[in-house]
Design a protein around this ligand. Structure first.
Ligand SMILES: *[C@@H]1O[C@H](CO)[C@@H](O)[C@H](O)[C@H]1NC(C)=O
Length: 337
C-alpha cells in the first residue's frame, strides 16, 4: 500500500508562481506600475549609496549604516521585482524548484540582515542621544565595520542552515504557489517529506535573528525616548529627536507591515489581502526608505544639493570646453582660408 502510494506521487521539478491573476489590460497596467516603482527605488537608493561613499560630510557611522541599508534595498527589490516584471511581460509563470529556493534564500537573508541592520542603527542612535560625550569613542570605524559585517553575515549564514534542510525536501505538488515570490509557508505546503525538523530550525532562526533585533531596537528606543523627555527645553527635545525620527519612521513601517502580514491567518479566503499587504514590505519599504531619509534629513539634503551642483558645474565646464573648441576651429578655418 505504502509503495503504491509512493509510486503515485510525482516529484515536482517546477513551480508555477501564480502572481497577480488579472485581465491582460490590467496586467499591462501592473507592469507599468511595478516598472516605475522599480526605477524609482533603484534611483533613490543608488543616489544614497553614492552620496554616502563620495561625500566626506557623510562619513559618519549613521550614514555608513544607511548606505548599507540602501545597498540591501537595491538587492532586495531586484530579487523580487525583476522576476515579477519578467513574468508580467512574458506571461511565463514557471520557475524551477532550485530557482525558487534560491529566490527564497536571497529574500529571507536580506530580510534577516535588514532586521539586524535596523537594530544596529538604533543602537547607534541610542549612543548618540544617551551617551553623546562617549560617541566617538564608542562608535569607532572598527566597531562600525564589525557591526555592519556581522549583520550581513548573520543574515546569510542563518538562512543557509534553513536552506540546507529545504534542499532535502521532495515536493510532490500541487505545483502552484499563490504568491508573486517564493515564500517559506507556500513552499512548505507543497512538500511531502517530514518537515518537523525544518520547522523547528526555521523557528529558532527567525526567533534569534528577527525577534531579538526587534527587541533590541525597541529597548534602544525606550531609552532614547526617556532621555529625550528629560531634556528641559522644547527646542532641545526637538533637536535630539530629529536625529532619530527618520530611522524611527522606517523601523515602524518595516516591523508594522511585517507584523500585520504575519497576523493575517493563512486561509485561502484571506490570500488576496495577504498578497496586497506583503506588497507593502516587499515593494513599498525599499521605495520609501530613501525618500524618508532624503526629505527629512538636513545633511542628506545638503549633500544631494552639493552633488547636483558638482554635476551641473561639470556639465557647464564641458559646455564651455566645446565652445572653446568651436572657437579654435573657426580660428583655424580662418587661417586656412
Ligand atoms: C557599510 O558599512 C561599512 C562599515 O561601517 C562601511 O565601511 C561601508 O562604506 C558601508 N557601505 C556603504 C555602501 O555605505
Amino acid at each position: 500500500m505504502a509503495i503504491t502510494e509512493w509510486k503515485n506521487q510525482t516529484i515536482i521539478t517546477e513551480f508555477i508562481l501564480l502572481g497577480f491573476e488579472t485581465s491582460p489590460q490590467f496586467q499591462t497596467l501592473l507592469f507599468l506600475v511595478f516598472l516605475s516603482t522599480y526605477i524609482i527605488t533603484m534611483a533613490g537608493n543608488t543616489l544614497l549609496v553614492v552620496l554616502v561613499v563620495s561625500d566626506r560630510h557623510l562619513h559618519k557611522p549613521m550614514y555608513y549604516f544607511l548606505g548599507n541599508l540602501s545597498c540591501l534595498e537595491i538587492f532586495y527589490s531586484s530579487t523580487i521585482l525583476l522576476r515579477m516584471l519578467a513574468s508580467l511581460i512574458t506571461g511565463e509563470k514557471r520557475l524551477s524548484v532550485n530557482g525558487c529556493i534560491a529566490q527564497f534564500y536571497l529574500i529571507a537573508s536580506l530580510v534577516t540582515t535588514e532586521c539586524c541592520l535596523l537594530s544596529v542603527m538604533s543602537y547607534d542612535r541610542y549612543i548618540a542621544i544617551c551617551k553623546p560625550l562617549n560617541y566617538t569613542v564608542l562608535m569607532q570605524d572598527g566597531l562600525c565595520c564589525q557591526l555592519a559585517s556581522l549583520s550581513w553575515l548573520s543574515g546569510f549564514l542563518a538562512i543557509a542552515i534553513v536552506i540546507v534542510l529545504i534542499m532535502q525536501i521532495t515536493f510532490c505538488g500541487p505545483s502552484e504557489i499563490d504568491s508573486y515570490f517564493c515564500d517559506f509557508g507556500p513552499l512548505l505546503n507543497l512538500s511531502c517529506s517530514d518537515i518537523i525538523l525544518l520547522k523547528i530550525v526555521a523557528f529558532i532562526c527567525s526567533f534569534t535573528f528577527s525577534l531579538i533585533p526587534f527587541l533590541l531596537t525597541l529597548i534602544s528606543y525606550v531609552y532614547i525616548v526617556t532621555t529625550v523627555l528629560k531634556i528641559p527645553s522644547t527646542a532641545g527635545k526637538q533637536k535630539a529627536f530629529s536625529t532619530c525620527s527618520s530611522h524611527l519612521i522606517v523601523v515602524t513601517l518595516y516591523y508594522g507591515t511585517l507584523i500585520v502580514v504575519y497576523m493575517i491567518p493563512d486561509t485561502p479566503s484571506l490570500n488576496y489581502t495577504n498578497k496586497i499587504f506583503s506588497l507593502f514590505y516587499t515593494v513599498l519599504t525599499p521605495l520609501i526608505n530613501p525618500l524618508i531619509y532624503s526629505f527629512r534629513n538636513k545633511e542628506v539634503k545638503e549633500s544631494t544639493q552639493r552633488l547636483f551642483r558638482k554635476c551641473s558645474s561639470l556639465v557647464g565646464t564641458r559646455k564651455s570646453e566645446t565652445n572653446h573648441v568651436f572657437i579654435i576651429k573657426r580660428k583655424n578655418r580662418h587661417v586656412l582660408n
